[in-house]
Design a protein around this ligand. Structure first.
Ligand SMILES: [Mg+2]
Length: 123
């Protein structure tokens, strides 16, 4: 994760895509804008999933494949696109982490431990 954080720090600086830090109002607008962009990317993952399910139905309805076989083919067809959308999401999440100087390795494993050992595992 550290490598990705460092890569994106410089990548986003080179592209002039950093969260603005000049004053409160500008930073607030920049954070909100980036949050909207992240939300859009999350929706794009849903769109890829929808494509997989539609493709599965189409292939299965054509008659030669059962649903599970059709699903395997559709998953393979959209795998690259899903990787791209997941990467878009990671880029925005890491941008926020970098803005707050959060070490995501530390934060991630601390959070996963918290989840593992908490009493109520439903949330
Ligand atoms: Mg995208």
């Amino acid at each position: 994760m550290k490598d990705i954080q460092i890569f994106l720090k410089y990548f986003q600086r080179d592209m002039n895509w950093e969260i603005s830090d000049s004053n409160y109002q500008e930073t607030k607008m920049s954070m909100l804008n980036n949050f909207m962009l992240l939300s859009t990317e999350v929706s794009e993952i849903a769109e890829e999933f929808r494509s997989i399910f539609n493709e599965t139905s189409d292939l299965a309805n054509e008659g030669n494949l059962c649903e599970d076989e059709a699903f395997d083919i559709a998953k393979e067809k959209y795998k690259v696109n899903i990787g791209k959308e997941l990467s878009d999401c990671i880029a925005y999440l890491v941008k926020f982490a970098n803005y707050f100087n959060i070490d995501l390795d530390e934060s991630f494993y601390t959070k996963m431990d918290e989840i593992r050992y908490r009493k109520n595992r439903d949330n």
